[in-house]
Design a protein around this ligand. Sequence first.
Ligand code: GLV
Ligand code: MN
Ligand code: MN
Length: 456
Amino acid sequence: MATRASPPPGQAVASTASDAATASVPPAPEEPRAEPSRIAEMLDAIAEIGTDPTAGVSRLAFTAAERQAHELVSGWLRELGLTVRQDAIGNTIAERPGTVPGAKAIGVGSHLDSVPHGGRFDGIVGVVGAVEMVRLLSVTRRQLQHTLRVVLFAGEEGARFGEPCIGSKAVVGAFAGRDLGRILDAQGVSLASALQDVGLDPVRISAARWDPREWAAFLELHVEQARLLESEGRQVGLVDVVSGSTRLRLTLHGRADHSGGTPMDVRADALVAAADVVVAAEGLATDPRHRGTRATVGRLDVYPNSITTIPGRVTLTVDVRDVDSDRQRAAAAEITQIAAHICQRRGVRLEAEVIADTSPAVLPMWLREITSAVCRELGIDARPITSGAGHDAQVVNQLVPAGMIFVPSREGLSHVPEEWTSASDIARGVEVLYHSVLRLDGFLTEMSAEIGSADS
Ligand code: GLV
Ligand code: MN
Ligand code: MN
């Protein structure tokens, strides 16, 4: 149970030596600095919720642990004076009003759920980064002209239901007409009943939809989850494109039988056919025609999973990722076809289903120009970067222009307990986020004044 006291968001903590290293050109003396020690404290407090006794953090989408993390961070945001609400899909939205009535909102945030046996940084960095950013605004009593909304998305990881970014997909209206009773986890629990289990009403989720007229932009701070920044010694990545994903569930129906009594030439072994499919998926993604595609079989459920029985049924998932939507979907279709041939050859029946399909996103250049100008001013070594992972910002971008700021991942590791980013690297990312929001606030005000004068 994470009963640990909230880190007091308003209270100053002495700077550490690593603070000094967060920027080669320090910001103006009146600008506050993000505090690595406070960031580390918040990361620790969140990681306590869902710590897995076997390894890492298991705080899956739409579980009590995920809800508890939302409550903890909601408390911090309330202490900072924000008005906090939960929307119909379980996203937490905290608001700090701007000075200009009717001005659109600038959103910041990320997600609080994790994969099974995952790390403590994926998603969480963008959440604690947003909290720290609000604290910097608060200690300087800075008023933005635009409303600031901190959004803690629910159910970003596709690990539980196959469907990723459930919270952000709800805000863009992507579930309209879909039956949430048919989106299932590995235990057969539907998304509809998982929502009910945590007190949400699946029938009402359309109420979570955002009105794009209320929003100006959204910025997400996140760990890179790859090793480019570290290998180049860069401090920050500014995302240009986010990969999409197509997810397949393949069920191979063979014939279970006695492992001793059944001759090799009369078997219909579902696991042997599945093994061929796993290798074929890897082969396809490494073929030069699919340059850039990644294909992963991450789950394999074998029935009856017994030493002395030939596997009669195997269900496996294939996660196909690409920055090119045509290539992504063509690769998924091709893997399904290859699986069908394999199964035919082995006397196994194939059932194939696309369980989730998310398009890649090209993020708007004008937002990257803002984050890039901020990095230049702060003396931060930043580069454009392409995300191999999926993100809420890529979905939000369907409705509201979105940008992403990456901080380095040690050895590129992610979705594993060893996931690590130093608090000083995160603090640097928070400062980029903070100054980007300030710059965006001014830029959007100027733009609306220009549009206003052009109209008059
Ligand atoms: C989210 O981290 C994903 O699976 O891309
Ligand atoms: Mn993430
Ligand atoms: Mn993730």
